[in-house]
Ligand binder design. Sequence first.
Ligand code: GLP
Length: 254
Amino acid sequence: MKFVYADDQATFVDAAADVILERVAERPNLALTLPTGRTPIPLYRRLVSLHDRGSLDLAAATVFMLDEYLDLPRFPDGSFVNFLRDHLGTVVFNGHTNVHELAPRDDERSLTAYDALLDGAGGLGLAIVGIGRNGHVGFNEPGSRDEERTHVVKLSGETVAANFGDAVERATRAVTMGLADLRGAASVLVLVSGLGKERVVEQLVDQRRYEDVPVTHLADHPDVTVVVDVASLGRSGHAVMRSAVGALRSRKAN
Ligand code: GLP
């Protein structure tokens, strides 16, 4: 795993955007997946501006949604597809890029149809993921298994609270791409930003697998870049970074 500790948000965005630009330049027709959440919003602003300037073109690419809520009372209000349309409309939902939305359906047929689309694309060239405070990726919550593909999940109480706050209308189930497809991606970009995630950063730096921390199931993947927005981790961020850098140094020295 490669780690980038960004001292501020601009550096965080630069590092993440560089990985995306590189991978797209290497393989313009790659399949990729994109996360939702607060973490990627500044990155998406950058992608929009790169696209407007002609420096990023996803016309030949295929985008697969990573996850989607189930049972949203007013779908698509509050949905992840709306989030992506709002934040990456011109880059992705522009009539050029092939986009596979993840339908908010829990029937076996639509889940396996999504897997078939992923297989048809030859799997993911680039998986971009954020993480939850419990280390979830997409909606692969603790307890997820490596062989899982697109499936329905019951969200943990912690995830529902983090994502919906005290909103009355909330989803408690979701559909998500599974760890099998994320682990099978040619490259993975893990974005870490936000309070309460320092413990997961420490576990990632260990570069070993913690069974109940799904993002660490990527520890044995050959091409993972983890970009950490250190300032966003709050006061403990710099302490985490110092110990993480120390751990990496001693790992290299041994
Ligand atoms: C949701 C999404 C994840 C995302 C996570 C983190 O649970 N399913 O894909 O990584 O939120 O959100 P945030 O970036 O707001 O911390």
